[in-house]
Unconditional design. Structure first.
Length: 367
């Protein structure tokens, strides 16, 4: 016995009686086992009750594993209400990210964003991320937006009273119109060498020039849009690039069975590889209408385009006609929105379209 409840003037007989009937030594192993059982051993059948006792049941919708909740309890609770708690909370649901606070001069200075480490793995992860972040932050703060791969912030004017406005809004959409915004983007890059068959199908084939003599050129001077002093091969590439730029072009997304999911309007520019311009792989494609080596063709789907469908291939469609059923000016057309046209450069792809993700498709069509 290490402690006693006897008064300081207890008699020897009282002390002896207490020692004789003290059960502590007999039950000490059980007491030690109970302590370890609760804080160290934590058998599976006890964990639900411990989670409730420790007040950690708030994490159950986001971390259904009781063992993970108990292991994260002390580290997370000690820093709850800080950036570190947000980092730990994201780790519980399998993500990480950088918390971005707005400038203190903003009226909405407590609304922050998170630059996540990747595009969400699944749509159902979004409520988990939002929920665990809301539990980790101070009561005064608001999780406004999560993004990765596609971040277009609103434009801010001067700091004067007249200029305390934001032009437009940040990129992103809300799930069911609630909660934070989500703004994701994924890039896809393809290279394709335009063959004689491709260019013939497009109606712009020009044979390679065998010499620098004007008489050997296979196009009319009245339609030429290059300098007479340019060498013949450069003039040929300029003519090809300008012809492609003038054509209406769409990207067609198809299922594994070959059914059309939809079309997205694209843009084409004559380019050459350079040190700046459009990022493509490990290099850049620089706009160069006077000496192009190919055409950079790109499109970015809108949030929700093709939602619920899975694309297995993408191709480029030139000179197609928009059907009467499609609204003029739309950038995304459902299957049946186009008729005719010439399709080239089909490429395998794997896209599960989402309502919070914009897919950035890029082609480098070489001459």
């Amino acid at each position: 016995m290490t402690e006693t409840l006897l008064p300081s003037n207890a008699t020897p007989i009282e002390i002896a009686i207490e020692q004789a009937i003290d059960p502590v030594e007999e039950i000490r192993p059980a007491l030690d086992l109970i302590t370890g059982w609760k804080h160290s051993l934590q058998p599976p059948d006890l964990r639900p009750y411990l989670v409730d006792e420790f007040g950690m049941h708030v994490l159950l919708p986001y971390v259904p594993n009781y063992a993970d909740i108990l292991s994260a309890r002390l580290p997370w609770c000690e820093v709850r209400g800080t950036h570190e708690a947000v980092a730990q909370g994201l780790a519980m649901v399998g993500y990480s990210g950088t918390l971005v606070d707005p400038p203190s001069r903003r009226m909405a200075w407590a609304e922050f964003q998170i630059d996540l480490d990747r595009v969400r793995d699944d749509r159902d992860d979004l409520p988990k991320i939002a929920g665990i972040v809301d539990l980790s932050i101070p009561e005064r703060s608001t999780f406004r937006r999560g993004m990765h791969g596609y971040d277009v912030p609103a434009i801010e004017t001067a700091w004067t009273r007249l200029g305390e406005a934001m032009l437009g809004d940040d990129s992103g959409v809300r799930i069911n119109g609630e909660g934070p915004k989500w703004s994701y983007g994924r890039p896809y890059e393809f290279e394709h060498t335009l063959t004689e068959a491709d260019l013939t199908a497009l109606g712009i084939w020009i044979p390679e020039v065998p010499s620098q003599l004007w008489v050997d050129m296979n196009f009319l001077w009245v339609t030429a849009n290059f300098k007479w002093s340019d060498d013949a091969e450069r003039a040929r590439r300029v003519s090809l690039a300008s012809s492609i730029e003038e054509k209406p072009v769409w990207l067609r997304f198809m299922t594994a069975g070959g059914d059309t999911i939809g079309f997205r309007r694209a843009i084409a520019h004559g380019v050459r590889q350079g040190l700046d311009g459009y990022a493509f792989g490990s290099s850049y494609l620089t706009l160069d209408p006077e000496n192009p080596t190919g055409v950079y063709l790109f499109a970015r789907t809108g949030f929700g385009d093709g939602f619920g469908s899975e694309a297995a291939s993408v191709s480029v469609v030139f000179d197609a006609d928009v059907t009467d059923a499609a609204k003029p000016g739309k950038l995304w057309l459902e299957a049946g929105g186009l008729t005719g046209g010439t399709e080239i450069a089909a490429q395998p792809i794997s896209i599960l379209f989402g309502e919070t993700v914009r897919e950035h498709i890029q082609f480098f069509l070489r001459f």
